[in-house]
Design a protein around this ligand. Structure first.
Ligand code: ZN
Length: 294
């Protein structure tokens, strides 16, 4: 049994690079079960959720929220994940059942499923008047490469990004996780070259995560020839912020027309699109809702 989902933050002692390394197997499995995703859709959604929850680990404020949205006009539709600064993440994919045959053995066709005719967007709600938004054109639709492009273009941070999801033949998630390596201001090229080499020698991130029980076991290989310190650790989980009360608030803000006349006297079922949780409202609750409407 592999360890729980968590994120490690590491800085080399010469302060040239910082590294985020995460295992997200359980939260991607939960997303797969909740959304009934195909193998390739699990990989696409899992990569986006992994990236979002890792970026969430960099948010400073207690209430800060980060959304990562990818749409490349492929059959996947929109792939979206929302994370907070406490390690919680939720997500959705427009077409969870969509799948494509893999182009090469052992590799799911995520780039093809997502497409490349579109954008990767990052929206950070930091409690200010306007959320911060960054947007880059997709490079490959494979997510990791696209995110590296985002870090370089929108945040001016040279980064290496690896994201991986291994799916079993029964569609359950074998392993999921990610790796960010970012150059700190004034970083020496040598340190960057060393870690780039280490990563190349390690092989694909999903295989590495699959091989070791704990993230700490991977560090000596990843950080070989570099002195480093683990500066942070955070538990990660799938968690949605929906509730019956929140759903009621949404319903009460919609007009009867918006609801397509569905607000009858009968029971009404509402499903949260980010976690597929069902909420039912009985006749009495609907009557109260109608009364409360202006
Ligand atoms: Zn929900």
């Amino acid at each position: 049994m592999k360890e729980r989902d968590y994120l490690l933050k590491i800085i080399d002692n010469d302060k040239n690079i910082r590294v985020f390394l995460a295992r997200t197997t359980s939260l991607v499995e939960e997303a797969h079960q909740r959304h009934c995703t195909s193998a390739t859709a699990s990989a696409a959604l899992g990569r986006v959720m992994t990236a979002a929850v890792m970026m969430g680990g960099d948010l400073k404020g207690q209430e800060d929220i980060l959304t990562l949205r990818v749409n490349g006009n492929g059959v996947a539709g929109t792939v979206l994940a929302t994370a907070d600064s406490h390690g919680s993440v939720r997500g959705l994919i427009s077409n969870p059942y969509a799948d494509l045959p893999s182009s090469s053995p052992g590799k799911l066709a995520v780039g093809e499923l997502v497409g490349t005719d579109g954008y990767l967007e990052v929206i950070k709600d930091l409690g200010l008047k306007q959320p911060f938004t960054g947007k880059v054109a997709l490079v490959s639709g494979e997510i990791a490469e696209d995110l590296a492009q985002y870090f370089a273009m929108s945040e001016q941070i040279p980064s290496l990004v690896a994201l991986g999801v291994l799916v079993n033949t029964d569609l359950s998630i074998q392993t999921a996780g990610g790796l960010f390596v970012q150059a700190l201001p004034g970083a020496r090229d040598e340190s960057l070259e060393i870690i780039e080499n280490n990563i190349m020698n390690m092989g694909p991130i999903s295989a590495v995560l699959n091989r070791y029980d704990s993230l700490e076991d991977i560090l000596p290989i990843l950080m070989k020839e570099l002195q480093y310190t683990v500066v942070g650790e955070q538990d990660l989980s799938f968690r949605c912020n929906c509730s019956k009360e929140r759903m009621l608030n949404v319903l009460s803000s919609l007009s009867d027309d918006d609801l397509g006349g569905s607000l009858g006297d009968e029971e009404l079922e509402v499903v949260c699109n980010q976690c597929r949780q069902r909420y039912t409202f009985d006749g009495q609750e609907i009557a109260a809702l109608r009364k409360a409407k202006p």
